[in-house]
Design a protein around this ligand. Structure first.
Ligand code: ATP
Length: 300
């Protein structure tokens, strides 16, 4: 049993809309991502985790507590950033943020001010006059300043510019260092790749794949791209015993799939050929995600 558990969670809105038979287990201290295209079921999953809607069947629990029956207790140690932010009638960012700290009874105004500074948020501004980005930053400052054991974040970096996204990623990393558990719902590949320990992919309300990020990013099976100076070199290289792909006879380019343990052999062999360039094609999460979704479409 994990710290956050979804067990056969199902919410059926009819016509194949909703989420179906979702089972995920997230360990304490883990950062777990749920990624999917629009309408895949991310928000429906979060709303059941937060106890806002009741599952038709199955169950969601955090630290052994049922998310429906014990939602009030769960909110005592969970911070939540919703996908659509609707602030209460507080006058300024500051009054809102201080009230959140007071209500939660944990976290500190000092930490909150520091986060606002890093996010370049003027918290003295009126909530009603804030831009979309400022509202998002206010919600993030509230969530990250509460010293919560669990953070549930629905598209948390929406409306942030690339520099602020970097600050957001740093904030997640700091939460991880504090041992907090993070469930991140996002479609921003970069932030998923940089923060998540594991990721599940959701499509049409069903989990279609899961991966350990470390296995993807530090895979010992690598791909290198080579360009030869002459056709003869390319042809001679093709005759060797390597797993090749995308051989391009016009550009004299080829990709080699190889395990780290064989890299010295490849280097030795390449010394005998005229080569224009040699570079590693890095595997990233975006490519992985695209392939998984392509395969799903092909298999339908
Ligand atoms: N209250 C509802 N009544 C009927 N259908 C709903 C309801 N809420 C969600 N849906 C449908 O369930 C599916 C999943 O919606 P959900 O909002 O969970 O997706 P999402 O992954 O969060 O999408 P997005 O990234 O666009 O926010 C969609 O087809 C949506 O239209």
């Amino acid at each position: 049993m994990g710290y956050i558990d979804l067990e056969n969670l199902t919410k059926d809105y009819g016509q194949n809309r909703g989420v179906f038979d979702i089972s995920l287990s997230i360990e304490q201290g883990e950062t777990f991502g749920l990624v999917g295209i629009n309408g895949a079921g991310k928000t429906t999953t979060i709303r059941q985790l937060m106890g806002f809607i009741k599952p038709d069947s199955g169950r969601a629990s955090i630290n052994g507590m049922d998310c429906q029956k014990s939602s009030a207790q769960i909110k005592r140690f969970v911070s939540y950033v919703p996908g659509e932010i609707n602030f209460p009638a507080d006058k300024t960012g500051e009054t809102f943020l201080k009230r959140q700290l007071e209500k939660a009874g944990r976290g500190s105004w000092e930490r909150c001010k520091e986060i606002c500074e890093r996010l370049q948020l003027d918290y003295t501004a009126g909530l009603k006059t804030m831009s979309k980005g400022m509202k998002q930053k206010t919600a993030l400052a509230a969530a990250f300043s509460l010293d919560s054991d669990v953070l549930i974040l629905d598209e948390p970096s929406t409306g942030l510019d690339p520099l602020m996204r970097d600050v957001f990623i740093d904030l997640i990393k700091e939460e991880k260092e504090m041992g907090h558990t993070i469930f991140l719902f996002s479609h921003i590949f970069e932030e998923i790749e940089q923060t998540c320990d594991r990721v599940a992919m959701i499509k049409d309300g069903r989990i279609i794949d899961q991966l350990v990020m470390e296995d993807l990013l530090h895979n010992k099976n690598k791909t290198y791209k080579l360009e030869f100076k002459t056709r003869e070199s390319l042809q001679q290289f093709q005759a060797l015993d390597y797993e090749l792909a995308d051989v391009n006879e016009d550009d004299l380019q080829v990709k080699v799939h190889i395990n780290d343990k064989d890299i010295n052999r490849l280097m030795d062999d390449l010394q005998h050929y005229d080569i224009l360039f040699f570079k590693e094609i890095k595997t990233n999460f975006e490519d992985y995600f695209t392939n998984v979704f392509k395969e799903e479409v092909t298999n339908v």
